[in-house]
Design a protein around this ligand. Structure first.
Ligand code: NDP
Ligand code: OXD
Length: 309
């Protein structure tokens, strides 16, 4: 029973302890010290070195640390017959909801503007807008988007959601499909992107989408950096079409030195921390999936390779 742990960001000691608490005889090998690749049945991975996953001939499960599996799906060397599972977990969802609520409230209550006033020594009041008059839009109504939309609605915001298929979420106006995207954008003053990265969603937040938003809208991107055409975002911020952006993700991560997001006065940037997968929240799920893969049972949170998420 051998699992290879591949990650530069998650702590192998902490995870090994948590995984073994659920499966004491699990043999955990920390990449790149994998020993005989024929022993390996499961990889637990966040950002696999390209080509690495094809070298385990007895692999039964590719379990990603993330909610998004785009990086694995884009690598043509990942063995096509081995199932991929992702993490869906209430703690991870709660972390994302916290981040989204904070970002939306910050734009809604114009804290960045007040910070600029303060820096200039100005004691100025802006007009007040009730939450019920603030139109927030959530793109992607999956595990995370749905939870975020629901909580925003509970705070009293006027919330719409947009996804691929029609959803029903209490208190949220749900739109779907390419045909309703423009209407969704036109009514959205604070846009939250929680889409998965697929060929269809790459670059979805571009010049045209920004132009479809009302002037002065704000964007919160917690999906993937490649959802945004970064040059178009900067241009929309500089022209005043957008008032601000909160970005947890960027096309290149870590964000390279000299990137305009570092210094742009209307960008708030965080290092892909909107939510994190924790051993406490997810070790049991990972071990359960490994057991299921060995027993030939359906996996928890299996990625649909054809859909791309
Ligand atoms: P899910 O797979 O549960 O949900 C994805 C949603 O997006 C589904 O509702 C799906 O529609 C919809 N969707 C897919 N393709 C399209 C499309 N072309 N147009 C419109 N809607 C589409 O994912 P999660 O909610 O768990 O996670 C979403 C993403 O958030 C992840 O893929 C990841 O990229 C990102 N993420 C970022 C984190 C961070 O820390 N910044 C942490 C965790 C995740 P349908 O309902 O029809 O399937
Ligand atoms: C992700 C994650 O998919 O952190 O980004 O879970």
């Amino acid at each position: 029973m051998t699992l290879v742990f591949i990650s530069k960001v998650y702590d192998p000691a902490e995870w090994s302890q948590a995984l073994r608490a659920h499966m004491p005889d699990l043999d955990i090998r920390i990449w790149p010290e994998v020993g005989d690749p024929r022993d390996v049945e499961c990889v637990l991975v966040w950002k696999a070195p390209p080509g690495d996953l094809q070298r385990y001939p007895n692999l039964r499960l590719i379990q990603t640390f993330g909610a998004g599996a785009d990086q694995l799906l884009e690598d043509p060397t990942v063995p096509p017959a081995v199932p991929i599972a992702r993490i869906v977990d209430p703690r991870q969802t709660a972390g994302m909801v916290e981040y989204v609520l904070y970002a939306v409230l910050r734009h809604h209550r114009r804290f960045d503007e007040y910070e600029r006033f303060r820096a200039r020594g100005e004691y100025t009041r802006l007009p007040h807008v009730d939450a019920g008059e603030r139109r927030v839009g959530v793109m992607g109504l999956g595990a995370l988007g749905c939870a975020a939309a629901r909580q925003l609605a509970q705070l009293g915001f006027d919330v719409a959601g947009w996804g691929r298929s029609l959803r029903q979420i209490e208190g949220v106006t749900c739109l779907h499909g390419a045909g309703q995207l423009e209407a969704f954008l036109a009514r959205t003053e604070i846009l939250v992107c929680l889409l998965p990265l697929t060929p269809e969603t790459e670059g979805i937040l571009d010049r045209r989408s920004f132009a479809a938003l009302p002037r002065g809208a704000c964007v919160v991107n917690v999906g993937r950096g490649r959802h945004v055409v970064e040059a178009d975002l900067i241009a929309a911020l500089d022209s005043g079409q957008l008032d601000g952006a909160t970005l947890d993700v960027s096309i290149e991560e870590p964000l390279p030195p000299g990137h305009p997001f570092w210094r742009h006065p209307r960008v708030c940037m965080t290092p892909h921390i909107a939510t994190l997968t924790t051993p406490r929240g997810s070790a049991a799920q990972i071990v359960e999936n490994y057991r299921r893969a060995r027993a030939g049972l359906p996996l928890l949170n299996r990625v649909d390779r054809r859909a791309g998420y």
